[in-house]
Design a protein around this ligand. Structure first.
Ligand code: HEC
Length: 98
């Protein structure tokens, strides 16, 4: 999933266009003790505030199932950040939609 959906921007490293983005080993959200910011970001992406030119990332909420969101977040946490698994990840993904 990472290779298909994320790598084309995130393997590039950060440069000027939104088609390039920081390598995810540097992503703050992967080191957060709470998985909710990553889940939120995966679903909704990042939109610049109205009218301001800023960096943009698409949301994947319509594409990824709950299971895929859990798998992708767990993968990023373990292999991107080398942090211990989030114990409440599946729960947080389920609740995030309520
Ligand atoms: C069209 C390009 C693009 C795609 C595709 C994309 N992103 Fe992003 N992503 C961005 C941009 C731009 C940012 C803002 C950060 C930056 O400026 O480098 C960002 C930010 C993030 C952050 C926040 C960084 C932080 O500091 O916490 C995470 C996590 C993230 N993306 C994960 C993903 C994952 C996982 C996927 C695949 C499901 C994905 N992105 C797909 C462009 C993209």
């Amino acid at each position: 999933m990472y290779a298909n959906a994320c790598a084309r921007c995130h393997d590039a490293g950060r440069a000027e266009s939104s088609g390039t983005a920081l390598q995810l080993q540097q992503a703050v959200a992967l080191y957060d003790p709470d998985p909710r910011s990553l889940i939120h970001l995966l679903r909704d992406g990042i939109a610049p505030p109205d009218g301001e030119p800023a960096r943009w990332m698409p949301g994947f909420g319509a594409i990824l199932s709950d299971e895929q969101t859990v798998a992708l977040a767990a993968y990023l946490r373990r292999y991107g950040a080398a942090q211990a698994d989030w114990p409440d990840l599946a729960d947080a993904v389920r609740k995030g939609k309520e």
